[in-house]
Ligand binder design. Structure first.
Ligand code: FAD
Ligand code: NAD
Length: 486
């Protein structure tokens, strides 16, 4: 290759998922020339095989479940969903798996696009294998941002390829509901996909190796979701793993660790994520391929000297969520721009160049029936790290606004309070309609608002937000009795 074959930019971004797009947007807005490299579709996993199609499948399921609990509306909501209409809506929300719209956005934002597979080729250098088999060489004056995301992690099960299992990709893009679906896993993908496909007429059997659903969240959340899934007709099995699995005559046949046998049309492995770092040239800059990339709070890869290599989004494992990856992208963009013009970084807690929220306040909504919404610490995490917290619980079924939502409302709220600073450090809500409540907790945590001031944040009557007042009253009463962890 001659030097004429190398294009030089200020910033090279590998991976045009939601996170890569946002890094490129921030660096371009800061006046840095930026190119983004994409091997599949601009928009990444989130747009085509994750957030967008899954939420399109879930919205009708959750709305019907909610409507079925409202007096006067229940009979109208009792019938089956129109699966064809739901799937057509899903296809629209996934832009029919075309990235034309997002490519157009890149143009208007002034970001160059290179289609192909990008690999590091030494410090500040990237080689792109283009779809026609050619190679394009890119050089970065200031930064390379690795935003290559994650893919489904599959267990080490003999004969897995011949089984042709679903991953999250097939689970979000299937052209029609399977008759019978086995789901392995108990996390977010497993519970959301069980909720969606069961509502669309599939007979779902969920296989959890542990004792509850959503094991990373407060224990009451998984219990409420399990009750509703069972009520919808799903078969939930706990404490089991898949011992053997094979596809014969179009059917999936499995044997479980407890000796039982099951047959289905499809099997989904919702068993977590793996980083897409196996073939991105990490070895050319002295890093081992295949692992998650560790960064500091500026999103700079700690093991790469010289402050030029960044890892942003799923690939750094800080928080595998679109909104949190986009937050990191805004921080990384600001860091790259500051370093490019020699401005000192401001990396104190909650400063413009530190992703503090990644460790203090990661919000997540699980779109199951009922919704589960959490931010910050859980009691599980507090116990694991030995952090002292006051735990305050309230039954959402006693909140006037919740009873307006559903006269038989079932749900629960929990906040964790730092006893020394008297600020909220964690919150979990589980119940119908709680998704939009979560941001109030995120603001309370990031703002480090003292409990005394929260008494002045008046929730409107009759909304579910009134749970904040009930939690404060409960905390006051617990405090006067000297309780810490009821
Ligand atoms: C079923 C499901 C539902 C989800 N729902 C939600 C949700 O509701 N809310 C939420 O916040 N999060 C959700 N997530 C998580 C969310 O999808 C991810 O956190 C998000 O997509 C991460 O964005 P990213 O840009 O880091 O990576 P990705 O979206 O994975 O994008 C990475 C991009 O890099 C490209 N790429 C990879 N390697 C190369 C290479 N060598 N060269 C060129 N290009 C490359 C890929 O083709 C891809 O386009 C869900 C995940 C799943 C699986
Ligand atoms: N609404 C949302 O925000 C949303 C929705 C979907 C996915 N996501 C993100 O995507 C990521 C991936 O989700 P996920 O559900 O795949 O991962 P997860 O980590 O949430 O759950 C993985 C589950 O698989 C189980 N498991 C792992 N290996 C297993 C094995 N060999 N056999 C049986 N069970 C096994 C685990 O015990 C766990 O229950 C999550 O981190 C989540 O943040 C977010």
């Amino acid at each position: 290759m001659t030097s004429e074959d190398t294009r030089t930019y200020d910033v090279v971004v590998i991976g045009a998922g939601p996170v890569g797009e946002n890094v490129a947007d921030r660096t371009t807005a800061a006046g840095l020339s930026t190119v983004i490299v994409e091997s599949e579709l601009v928009g990444g996993e989130c747009s085509y095989w994750a957030c967008e199609p899954s939420k399109a499948l879930l919205r009708p399921a959750l709305l019907r479940a909610d409507a079925g609990r409202v007096p006067g509306l229940a009979p109208a909501a009792a019938g089956p969903l129109d699966a064809a209409a739901v799937l057509a809506h899903r296809d629209r929300m996934a832009a029919h798996w075309s990235d034309d719209g997002q490519v157009e956005w890149l143009k208007t934002a002034g970001i160059d696009l290179r289609r192909g597979h990008g690999r590091l080729d030494g410090p500040r250098r990237v080689a792109v294998t283009t779809p026609d088999g050619g190679t394009v060489h890119l050089r970065a004056r200031h930064a390379v941002a690795l935003c290559t995301g994650s893919s489904a992690a599959l267990p080490d099960l003999p004969g897995l390829a011949a089984l042709r299992p679903w991953t999250s990709r097939e689970a979000t893009s299937a052209p029609q509901p399977p008759g019978r679906l086995l789901i392995v896993g108990a996390g977010v993908v497993a519970t959301e996909m069980a909720t969606a496909w069961q509502a669309l007429g599939t007979q779902v059997t969920l296989l959890a190796r542990g004792t509850r659903l959503l094991p990373q969240m407060e224990p009451f959340a998984g219990g409420l979701v399990a009750d509703r899934l069972r009520g919808a007709g799903s078969d939930l099995r706990f404490g089991v793993t898949v011992a053997t699995a094979a596809r014969t005559g179009g059917e999936v046949r499995i044997a479980l660790s407890d000796g039982s046998r099951l047959t289905a049309d499809e099997i989904l492995f919702a068993t977590g994520r793996a980083p897409r770092t196996g073939d991105i040239g990490l070895e050319t800059v002295g890093l081992p391929p295949g692992g998650w990339l560790t960064t500091d709070d500026t999103l700079t890869v700690t093991a790469a000297p010289g402050d030029w290599l960044y890892a942003v989004g799923d690939v750094n494992r800080r928080a595998l969520l679109t909104h949190q990856g986009k937050y990191q992208a805004r921080i990384a963009g600001a860091v790259i721009a500051a370093r490019a013009c020699g401005t000192p970084l401001d990396t104190g807690r909650w400063s413009p160049h530190a992703g503090t929220a990644d460790t203090a306040a990661v919000p997540q909504v699980v779109f199951t029936d009922p919704e589960v919404a959490g931010v910050g610490l859980t009691t599980i995490e507090a116990r694991r790290t030995g952090r002292r917290v006051d735990v305050v619980d309230y039954d959402l079924g006693h909140v006037a606004g919740a009873l307006q939502h559903d006269p038989d409302y079932r749900g629960r709220a929990r906040v964790l309070i730092d006893p020394d600073r008297r600020t909220v450090v964690g919150a979990t809500f589980a119940g119908p309609g709680v998704a939009e409540l979560l941001h109030s907790a995120t603001v309370a945590i990031t703002g480090e608002i003292p409990v005394e001031r929260l008494w002045h944040a008046v929730p409107p009557f009759p909304t579910i937000s009134e749970v904040w007042l009930r939690l404060l009253e409960t905390y006051r009463d617990q405090h006067s009795r000297g309780d810490r962890n009821p």
